[in-house]
Design a protein around this ligand. Structure first.
Ligand code: UDP
Ligand code: MG
Length: 320
């Protein structure tokens, strides 16, 4: 079999006990259809340290379907790392990344596969609409993708998540990128190769609730910006230059006024305003530097990205 005949679905699941039993049969049907088309496919579920019954649900699914492999991480490492763990194991053929909650419809996978067979390395789903997500999430996501596109030199397509197919060479390129703060959307863009978008309507979650609350999304956004842009650091420089120029002009004015009209030791409010303003600007600049420094620190520790507590390859993996 050639590399163009093998596909592995990579699905990171964190506390998805109710969604997985609904999702798997849908994937199984897609795999059957792909098999008729000459593509041998497997599924790799990654349990990202769930505290609920996700692992036993997954074991049940694997017991009933020989094409299912399971990986369990030692604790919750977050979606980006869980996906990395899964993609690390796909050494033959392409990988198709899906969310475990059914928001990325598996039924569209044959379209992705068609592009892959036509020679594309990164076939990504671009959301036309987002069903069942509030205006706040839609609005902030919209703004985030636009800010990212401005700041980052790496091409990061708008409204595009992790729903994508990666070819064998894209995967091996991605495996070389071992940074800790993994902003996957950015990394997918960074590796390059032939890319194409598949527009789709994002569905509602099958069950359960989102793990990405506002705070987590905010931190995720910071990770994205700091991983792919140093623009905030430069901004701190510009703000500094700007305030210094302002301060110089103001000093000229104060000195000039004192020389013309004398100085009766007034100006306490102005002084307070200036001191507080400068203090604030300095703290903000320090904070920006701190964001980068903290990430540098994390990176320098060189810890492994994740630890595996169980790994059960698909039962029929040998016969491929
Ligand atoms: N996920 C994960 N680890 C986490 C959080 C989420 O593997 O720590 C998985 C989750 O099970 C789902 C996907 O990442 O398959 C997307 O998560 P979610 O649906 O909560 O995010 P949203 O779609 O709302 O952005
Ligand atoms: Mg979701």
């Amino acid at each position: 079999m050639s590399a163009h005949d093998r596909l592995t679905f990579v699905i990171a699941a964190y506390e998805e006990e109710n969604a997985l039993p609904v999702l798997h049969p849908r994937i199984a049907r897609v795999m059957d259809a792909l098999a008729a088309d000459g593509i041998s496919s497997r599924v790799l579920y990654i349990d990202d340290g769930s505290g609920d019954a996700t692992w036993s649900v997954l074991q049940g699914i694997a017991a009933g379907d020989a094409r299912v492999g399971l990986l369990r991480l030692s604790r919750n490492f977050g979606k980006e790392v869980a996906l990395t763990a899964g993609l690390d194991l796909v050494t033959e053929g392409a990988a198709m990344i899906l969310d475990a909650d059914g928001q990325d419809p598996p039924e569209l996978v044959p379209q992705f596969v068609a592009h892959w067979r036509a020679g594309y390395d990164d076939v990504h789903g671009t959301r036309l609409s987002r069903d069942g997500e509030g205006w706040l999430k839609r609005g902030t996501a919209h703004a985030f993708y636009r800010v990212m596109q401005r700041l980052a030199k790496t091409p990061i397509p708008a409204d595009t998540g992790d729903y994508r197919l990666l070819s064998e060479r894209a995967l091996s390129a991605l495996r070389q990128v071992r940074e800790r703060h993994r902003f996957m959307k950015g990394l997918f863009g960074w590796i390059g190769f032939n890319r194409i978008a598949v527009p789709y309507a994002r569905e509602r979650r099958i069950a359960g609730r989102t793990k990405f609350g506002f705070w987590r999304l905010w931190n995720f956004a910071l990770d994205g910006i700091t991983s792919f842009s140093t623009a905030p650091l430069r901004l701190a420089t510009y703000v500094g230059v700007f305030t210094a120029c302002g301060a110089f002009a103001f000093a000229l004015y104060v000195v000039g006024k004192a020389m013309l009209y004398g100085d009766r030791v007034a100006g306490w409010p102005t002084m307070m305003a200036v001191i507080l303003f400068l203090g604030g600007v300095q703290l903000v600049a320090l904070g920006v530097i701190g964001e980068y420094l903290g990430r540098l620190y994390e990176e320098s520790k060189q810890r492994p990205l994740y630890l595996v507590s169980a790994w059960h390859p698909a039962a029929d993996a040998e016969q491929r």
